[in-house]
Design a protein around this ligand. Structure first.
Ligand code: ATR
Length: 280
């Protein structure tokens, strides 16, 4: 029987996961298909019933269901529980298990593509939404000693910091979203990461004190469309090493693939699928 996989979200039409996962499934010689499912919030419960009925192997979860899916699952692994969101579900022997591959995917991408290990590093994260949370968790568990969160809305940054402060005391702090303080803190950063939606479709930050970063700092952007965001272009022009957002999308997908199939996918095939899709 053909293995059935997919991704749920609203909207879903622009997701690159189907093309990436289908190429990987094909390259692995598996009789499987990965479909996009446009599921609106009130339809989530009905979708879960379909998963049982169609005996799906699993699915990815994207906006806006990463948190609301959790109440329908039989178990949620420690990583997803700590991040507070699920992006991967496995259906096995009638039970639904939730995982989150975003944190591991991001750290693996940093390691493989930028040869950057978070251990003992000082890192500044711009943004305090779901993506920032997964990235912060990944970096803390990978041994980062100073994770600074800066967000336009201070309360959200503070809430993120508080939720990890107990398990990682003195290793995560909130810094004000204001050019002067940002600049002072940038001075001690090994890595600057944009997890906000700024950069999508070419939008830009107006006053980011990039020049304050040490010359050896790496600048990373989670936005992958365009691949070279205004932030990455500016960082490159100023002589910094850069790390693009495509890698996180790629490696979170590779980790999901492994959860469903038990095998390691062909990363090169997946990367090529994404690169081609983003060129269009
Ligand atoms: P995701 O799940 O992708 O992290 P999200 O939870 O909606 O998405 O978070 C979006 C992030 O981008 C937030 O940190 C948001 O800042 P606020 O908390 O102040 O809303 C940030 N963001 C969006 N537009 C922004 C802008 N123009 N300038 C600065 N930050 C912005």
């Amino acid at each position: 029987m053909t293995m059935l996989l997919g991704i749920i979200g609203d909207p879903i039409a622009h997701s690159l996961s189907p093309i990436m996962q289908n190429r990987a499934l094909e390259a692995a010689g598996l009789d499987a298909t990965y479909l996009p499912y446009h599921v609106r919030s009130p339809e989530l419960k009905a979708f879960i019933e379909d998963v049982h009925q169609q005996n799906m192997t699993g699915f990815n979860v994207t906006v806006p269901h990463k948190v609301s899916i959790m109440k329908y699952l039989d178990e949620v692994d420690e990583e997803a529980h700590q991040i507070g969101a699920v992006n991967t579900v496995l259906y096995h022997e009638g039970r639904l298990s939730g995982y989150n591959t975003d944190a591991r995917g991001y750290c693996r991408s940093l390691q493989e593509e930028a040869r950057f290990s978070a251990k003992d590093k000082a890192i500044c994260i711009l943004g305090a939404g779901g993506a920032a949370r997964a990235v912060a968790y990944g970096l803390l568990t990978a041994g980062a000693t100073n994770v600074m969160i800066a967000n336009r809305t201070a309360e959200k940054a503070e809430a993120l910091v508080q939720s990890f402060a107990h398990d990682y005391p003195h290793r995560i702090t909130h810094i004000p979203w204001e050019p002067k303080t940002l600049g002072e803190n940038f001075g001690k950063c090994d890595l600057l990461i944009n997890t906000t939606t700024v950069g999508l479709d070419g939008t830009r930050f107006d006053r980011l004190p990039l020049a304050q970063l040490p010359g050896t700092a790496l600048v990373s952007d989670l936005v992958y469309s365009p691949r070279e965001t205004p932030l990455l272009r500016e960082a490159k022009e100023a002589g910094f090493s850069t790390h693009e957002g495509l890698g996180m999308l790629l490696y979170q997908g590779a980790e999901s693939f492994r959860i469903w199939t038990g095998i390691e996918p062909d990363i090169k095939v997946m990367r090529k699928a994404l690169e081609e899709a983003l060129e269009k």
